[in-house]
Every structure is written in C-alpha cells, then in structure tokens.
Ligand binder design. Sequence first.
Ligand SMILES: NC(=O)c1ccc[n+]([C@@H]2O[C@H](COP(=O)([O-])OP(=O)(O)OC[C@H]3O[C@@H](n4cnc5c(N)ncnc54)[C@H](OP(=O)(O)O)[C@@H]3O)[C@@H](O)[C@H]2O)c1
Length: 344
Amino acid sequence: MPATLSVPLSARGGVDSFEMLFSQLNSPALQMFGDFLALLGILILGKFTITTIWDILVGVRALMWSRLWKKNFEKRYGGKWAVVTGCTDGIGKAYCHELAKDGLSIVLISRSLEKLNSVAEEIKSLYKVDTAIIQADFSEGRSLYSRIKEQLAGKEIGVLINNVGVMIPYPKLYEEITEEEIWRHINVNMGSVAAMMSIIMPQMLARGKGAVVNIASIAAYGPMPMLSIYAASKAFVEFLSRAVACDYFMRRGITVQTVTPCYVSTNMTSFSKYTHSTNLFIPTPAQFAASAVSSIGYTDYTTGYWTHGIQKWFVHFLPRPVFMWAMFLQQKFLRSTVKTTHRN
Ligand SMILES: NC(=O)c1ccc[n+]([C@@H]2O[C@H](COP(=O)([O-])OP(=O)(O)OC[C@H]3O[C@@H](n4cnc5c(N)ncnc54)[C@H](OP(=O)(O)O)[C@@H]3O)[C@@H](O)[C@H]2O)c1
C-alpha cells in the first residue's frame, strides 16, 4: 500500500513520541528499514560477543593457563640454545632469565661488553646453563650480520628472541628527531629483526622445529604522534612478524610470535615517572617476561601481559582519528613531565 497520511499530523494535535510517529507513518518501506536495522544490530552484537569471548579465551589460555605447565623448550623447539638480542637490560635480560630457568643455554647479543659479561656470569651461576656472548651494535646496519652469522655457526638454536629496540629519549615532534635517531630506529628496531630471522630461521626450518619471538609494541596499534619514528618502526616489526607467522602456518613445529607490550618499567620508559613507576598496568621486566615467555607456543599474537591485553581491548574501540588525538594529548602530557636528566 502506498504511504499516505489522510490527516495532516498538525491537525491531529502533533506527535509526542517516535513510536507514535512510526505507527502513524505506516509504510512498508519504513517497516523494512526497521527490520534491516534490527538485523544489523543483531549482526554487530553477535560479532562483538563472539570476538570478545574468543579474545578472552585466547588471553586466558596464553597468559594464565600456560603458566600452570612446565615448559621444555629444548625438546619442543629442537635446540639447546636461545639467542636474545638487546639482552643486558630490561625486557631482554628478563627473557634470558626465564629461558635459562627452563634449561636453555643463552647466546647474549648486545652492545656493552662489560654488561654482557656480567649478565652471562649471572645466568650461568644461577641456572647452571651455558652462555655465549656476541658484542654487537645493531645501529651499524647490514655489515654486522656476517660476523653474527659466523659466531652463531654450529649452534643448534631452538629459540630466537628479537628484542633489541631503541626509542627517542622522550616524545618529540618530527622536526626535533635527529638524523642519527632516524637511522638508529631503522637499523636497530627494523633491520635487526629482518636480518636475525633470515640468519636463524633456515636451521629451524630444516629441523622442522623452532620458535621466533619478535617484540613489537602497542605503539604500533596506530600512527602515534610524537613517537612517530618509533611507532612506525614497530609497525614494521608487527607486519613482518605476522606475515612470516602466516608463511609457516602449516609447519606445526615452527612458531613465530609477535608481542605487543604496553608500558613496562625499563630504561626505555624512565623518561617520566608516569611511564616508569610500576603498578598494575606497568609491570617490572621480570613480571612481564614470566608471563610473555609462558605464552610462547600458545598464541602467535599477544600483548604478553594480562593488564596490557585489557588496555588493548579498550583502545580498539576508538576510531582511528580519536585514537590519534588521544595519543597526541597523552604524549604531550608525558613530554611535560620529562625528567630533566632525559632532555638533550
Ligand atoms: N619498555 C617498554 O615499555 C616497552 C613497551 C613496548 C615494547 N618495548 C620493546 O621491548 C624491547 C626491549 O625494550 P626495553 O624497554 O627492555 O629496553 P631497554 O631497557 O632500553 O634495553 C635495551 C637493551 O638493548 C640493548 N641495546 C640498545 N641499543 C643497542 C644497539 N644499538 N645494539 C645492541 N644492543 C642494544 C641494551 O644494551 P646495551 O646498552 O648494553 O647495548 C639493552 O640491553 C624493545 O624492542 C622495545 O621497543 C618496550
């Protein structure tokens, strides 16, 4: 029936609710539109419910259930050695402790020889495992890797942790970032991950066993004002790592895990008390690594820590422009709290 209104609304004394308006506009087209909206609502709610339940189940399995079980990475990943880059401080050092606790021997790769020797000794005496050190400055770029490859020759490597990373000392506008800082992000954050995977993965693939863990960051979730070069370099890590995980999806012995932490209390976050003081949302490196290492083999994509998972879940509701503005305001605030020792 065509939509007709026999009496003008004003003549009936008007309408005082949408319900009344819709009942008066008794049109099949409107009826269909209403049905369409109801269907859309059911689909959106259904998708939201299913993905939320799925995220919770994956999170609980990877970050809680996994911690109840003893790990045997050597047997599972077919090599006695774990290689950890950027291992003398923060998250990298904590990963070394967790992996050594599980019985793996550790190849430590970092810049400072003194710190390398001290961490190697500490791990050897605490966990009675072998250690080897490779002094390397990843900001050197391509020329470095033939030497690393030579020094790793002959070692059965079960686990590779691509952890090394640098960040500008505090949030900066792009014009304030130096050329040296730009190249350091490219060579250390991006180059090291791509190159170390290509050196170590062939032996894992030949064996059919091995785990690679690439540490990206929540900063890669979207373009990040005032941390532009850092966030972009971490987006590279995330994209590369997730694509490589997909390359070997069918190889059941091979794990390529991407980890996207929020703030962890380390040297990198020491520029402001708001990013450095530990609390429920900012774990110590040891708390973080205990959780993240347990998740290896349980999920290919994780924040590594349960409260970080919750933060990411909330962030993903924000439309991108809102996310970017919120981050701009957050970084601007953090910049205003930068400790004087971090200003250069
Ligand atoms: N902390 C956080 O809140 C956070 C959040 C998300 C993601 N992440 C990521 O987690 C990883 C570890 O961060 P972190 O906070 O533990 O950093 P950190 O405390 O600053 O430690 C960095 C480690 O890397 C080494 N390193 C730095 N530059 C190097 C270079 N050019 N060549 C070789 N080694 C180098 C350092 O040792 P030497 O000084 O001896 O070389 C140190 O052992 C990074 O990839 C970072 O982006 C951190």
